[in-house]
Ligand binder design. Structure first.
Ligand code: ATP
Length: 898
């Protein structure tokens, strides 16, 4: 087998034989052997940046430039200690940044791996879902709408197959594919018989044979596309970066002004003033902020993954926190998607069905009706149709009945088994010739069969309103009779109003052999056989999650393709849209833009909708100022998913197209996971805010100490190098812990955050000023008191430094709990990292105060136990004052974190 061929120019038979395969697929053994020969079907990994490159990137930051310039100038002035400590700050920050960024990237890569694509492949005459990475040349792959093509394929069979090849050719219009050979000179965009890896099936179905995998595919050869390295950034991080740039500029100006003022106005020596100005700059610059924000975000992403929400695009983490409305599918998201047929309705009789789940145990009819030699001809026909017009499978594995395929269809197999039919026998007696797969736009599925005796017929099953429109006869006692559409509609409504999903089944006999099944063939003249009603119970955790979302000020809307009455009944069980009637898709089409916006805002249940309605609803809700989270699974949901602020695709039943259009993928398809993700989104945002709220006032406090001393013209209460020390030791310990903070108890009780709320909220500005001043007053006050009561300068300064450090420790306790007081047992024990950080900081301060080496370097002096009591009590007072401030703010503004 040669690796590259003009496959598009060969006939189907040639390609199959050349690739050593056949239409029933390779054997597992052969596939294993080929996997060994060709390797995994993966694109070469993007080249990782080298360790050194990543380290250097840490220094590429306006804040760090200022520090490096400061270090160089102190070195020129031969103030080696200052140089060392400033460089210490720079290096420690770079190392932490490097480690945290590495961890964050690793976490994100691990999460991306959870999204590895799968393929539907035929091997050994059976259809399997396998990891796309395991595909080998010669494998037979089945394609469905929404699939991402898993490898380069030569198409063997197509049915209205349209593929979006924009990723390869730049052409946004989907291409109609064919199984006929193309000319040998056809360029890539005109090879209609090929499906290329990475492109998307927008509609139709097909079967193809793998011609090349991994790096040998067309996309594998375009190396530029793959080498993309995603940076870790979000709107908030960019906002912070911009803000940090401004802050640096202002700080430099302020430091320059301070230098001039101290030198010229207060007669300090130029060198002393220069060092003080450098200390001021270093203190004021929140150099640790970027690393802390990145790690906070990465922790949030990981927490969400643990709760089944996989983040595909980082900004979603923030946006999730401000979602005001969640639009959810019904089936499988709010309900379990475990269908059980409970009713079969024929024109002559209605049969209740007993049993639960997919196990074919239970009766049809009160006393149990079984297949028996023509006594129930309509029921025979109905049950046979359930098996024939069906793509699901049901298998018993270790006493367990497992399904593959659509649960709605699997429930029909269980039903037919309860009646005593055998799927293989039915399918052998009436083989399938063609099919029209189910699509939510037209809400039915049809199959074409023959019975080996020259009779050709189609079976159609789907939403009752749809099927009734297509019928003009009905079955009664084994015969075709005039049609009574109203009777059937009433029966369907009655089943649906009990929350049941209803399907109608009909058939059409052909007089001549049709070449294929087309939509037009079955659009009229069908004979109605009967209805089935099935239950799909709500997920109990979804009911709780709906209540939680509602208490968090988030509207929950159900948008379903199901019957209006079914949707209303499930809505009632879930407490969605209790006071209003469902709106139907066709209602939506009649409305003006304004009326649509109003309705989208006021109503909560939308039934018989198709994917375009979802897009309309998202747009209408956004026009009303909502931040929308929207779920979806099909290829046609992609526009709505893209348009919503947070598009959420289903990980299990969702198509690859839906996943690619989404920012979040749910690993378990469960509504409860969306609400969990919103909660985590709020926690991340809180923690980002807390980190900012902690760092700005502490930097401010440190900077203000120097400014105040110079302004007052006294001996500096804390030397610049001591400030640098405080900056260095607190940056690496305290603020880092905020990323690990768990949720506050009220996180899902407050309304959503306004998405356009400014970073520098009034509260943040107030808090920065208030705490900075309070810190300076406390440490200055203690310094002055000690200095004026006969203690030496070094001792007084050591007191002032320790006061500042303890203020920061206490302020961390204040900040980490915003909505309540800081001292509850549960919150004190909720973040173990906090205590590690405080412990390490305490040891560092002990070294700073008592080690003779540090005493020499920083001009500190040992303190007595009494001094420590003074430090603790003064900083405790600082803590209490901020707790009182928090209390007053809570009383008067209700919420602190905006
Ligand atoms: P949701 O959008 O909440 O997931 P849904 O899954 O109930 O809603 P669709 O899958 O669009 O919506 O189904 C709409 C209707 O189509 C169903 O009410 C049912 O009558 C019919 N239907 C669903 N699945 C099939 C199928 N496999 N074959 C034939 N008809 C089906």
């Amino acid at each position: 087998m040669s690796p590259r061929q003009n496959w598009w120019n060969c006939s189907v038979a040639d390609v199959i034989s050349h690739l050593g395969s056949n239409e029933e697929g390779l054997s597992q053994q052969e596939a294993q052997q080929r996997l060994h020969n060709y390797g995994f079907n993966r694109l070469p990994e993007a080249k990782q940046r080298s360790w050194l490159n990543r380290l250097l990137a840490q220094f590429n930051n306006a804040l760090i430039y200022v520090l490096i310039v400061s270090a160089s100038i102190t070195a020129l002035l031969q103030h080696w200690l200052d140089t060392t400590v400033i460089l210490g700050v720079v290096i420690i920050n770079a190392v932490i940044g490097l480690i945290q960024e590495g961890k964050a990237e690793k976490a994100l890569n691990a999460i991306r791996a959870l999204l590895s694509p799968q393929a539907l492949v035929r091997r050994n005459s059976e259809t399997h879902i396998i990891e796309a990475a395991e595909l080998v040349p010669g494998d037979i792959v089945q394609l469905q709408p929404g699939d991402k093509i898993p490898a380069d394929l030569r198409l063997l069979k197509v049915r209205e197959l349209h593929i979006d090849e924009a990723i390869l050719t730049g052409e946004s219009q989907a291409v109609v594919k064919s199984d006929q050979p193309d000319t040998v000179a056809a360029p890539l965009a005109e090879r209609f018989s090929m499906a290329y890896s990475g492109t998307l099936v927008t509609s139709g179905t097909g079967v193809g044979i793998v011609t090349s995998t991994g790096a040998n595919t067309e996309i594998g050869r375009i190396s530029g596309l793959i080498g993309e390295v995603k940076s870790i950034s979000t709107p908030l991080l960019r906002q912070v970066a911009r803000f940090a740039g401004w802050l640096s500029a202002i700080t430099i100006l302020l430091a320059a002004a301070t230098f001039c003022f101290g030198w010229l106005g207060r007669n300090y020596s130029a060198t002393d003033m220069f060092i003080a100005a450098v200390g001021l700059a270093v203190a004021a610059i929140p150099e640790g902020l970027p690393a802390i924000l990145t790690i906070t975000l990465a922790i949030g992403v990981q927490r969400m993954a643990n709760r089944h929400a996989i983040i595909r695009q980082l900004p979603a983490v923030e946006t999730l926190g401000s979602v005001t409305v969640i639009c959810s599918d019904k089936t499988g998201t709010l309900t379990r998607n475990e269908m059980t047929v409970t009713d079969v309705v024929l024109r002559e009789e209605a049969y209740p069905v007993s049993g639960v789940g997919y196990e074919p145990k239970g009766n049809i009819g009160q006393s149990g009706v079984q297949v028996n030699g023509g006594a129930y001809p309509d029921l025979d026909l109905m049950m046979s149709a359930c098996l024939l017009c069906n793509d699901a499978t049901l298998q018993q594995n270790n006493q367990h009945w497992q399904i593959s395929g659509d649960p709605t269809e699997a429930a029909l197999i269980t039903l037919a088994y309860k009646y005593g039919l055998i799927s293989d026998t039915e399918k052998a007696e009436k083989p399938r010739l063609d099919e029209i797969p189910f699509a939510s736009e037209y809400r039915f599925m049809a199959t074409l069969h023959h019975d080996h005796h020259g009779h050709y017929f189609a079976i159609v099953k789907g939403a009752p309103e749809q099927i009734i429109e297509m019928c003009n006869q009905q079955r009664l006692n084994g015969e075709d009779q005039p049609f009574e559409p109203d009777w059937w509609l009433n029966q369907a409504n009655e089943l649906a109003s009990n929350g049941k999903r209803v399907l109608a089944i009909a058939y059409l006999n052909f007089t001549t052999k049709p070449s294929a099944l087309a939509l037009d063939d079955i659009s009229q003249g069908l004979t109605m056989v009967g209805l089935v009603g099935m239950v799909d119970p709500p997920r109990p955790e979804a009911i709780r999650a709906v209540a939680m979302a509602q208490s968090a000020g988030i509207q929950v809307k159900m948008i379903t393709g199901d019957h209006t009455a079914t949707a209303a009944a499930i809505g009632r069980q879930m407490q969605i849209g209790l006071d209003t009637d469902p709106v139907t898709g066709s209602d939506l089409e009649q409305l003006s833009d304004q009326a649509l916006q109003q309705l989208a805002h006021e109503r909560d249940v939308f039934a018989r909708t198709s994917p375009e309605h979802k897009l309309k609803l998202v747009q209408a809700l956004q026009a009303q100022g909502h931040v929308v989270a929207m779920t979806g699974d099909g290829v046609n949901d992609a526009p709505a998913l893209k348009r919503a602020e947070v598009g959420i695709a289903m990980g299990c039943k969702g198509t690859e197209a839906a996943k690619q259009a989404s920012r979040v993928v749910l690993a378990d398809d469960n509504f409860a996971s969306i609400v969990d993700a919103v909660e985590e989104g709020r926690v991340v945002y809180d923690n980002l805010k807390k980190a900012i709220m902690f760092i700005l006032p502490t930097s401010g406090g440190e900077a203000l100490s120097i400014l105040a001393a110079i302004a007052l013209g006294v001996v500096l209460p804390i030397t610049p190098v001591q400030i640098l020390w405080i900056n260095m030791v607190t940056a690496v310990t305290l603020a880092m812990t905020l990323g690990f903070e768990p949720a506050e108890s009220d996180v899902m009780k407050r309304p959503p955050r306004k998405p356009d709320a400014p970073l520098l909220s009034k509260l943040l500005i107030w808090r920065t000023c208030f705490v900075s001043i309070l810190m300076v007053v406390t440490s200055f006050g203690m310094y002055l008191w000690y200095n004026q009561t006969g203690h030496g300068l070094n001792e007084s300064r050591t007191i002032a430094v320790n006061v500042l450090v303890f203020c920061e420790i206490f302020y961390l306790l204040n900040t980490r709990v915003m909505q309540r007081h800081a001292l509850s047992w549960s919150s004190l024990t909720s973040n173990i990292y906090l205590w590690y950080a405080i412990g390490i900081l305490f040891l560092l301060q002990m070294a700073f105060t008592y080690s003779s080496y540090f005493q020499y370097l920083f001009q500190t002096s040992g303190l007595t136990l009494i001094s420590w009591l003074h430090i603790i009590s003064s900083t405790l007072l600082f803590f209490i004052i901020i707790e009182i401030e928090k209390y007053l703010l809570r009383r008067f503004t209700l919420t602190i974190v905006p």
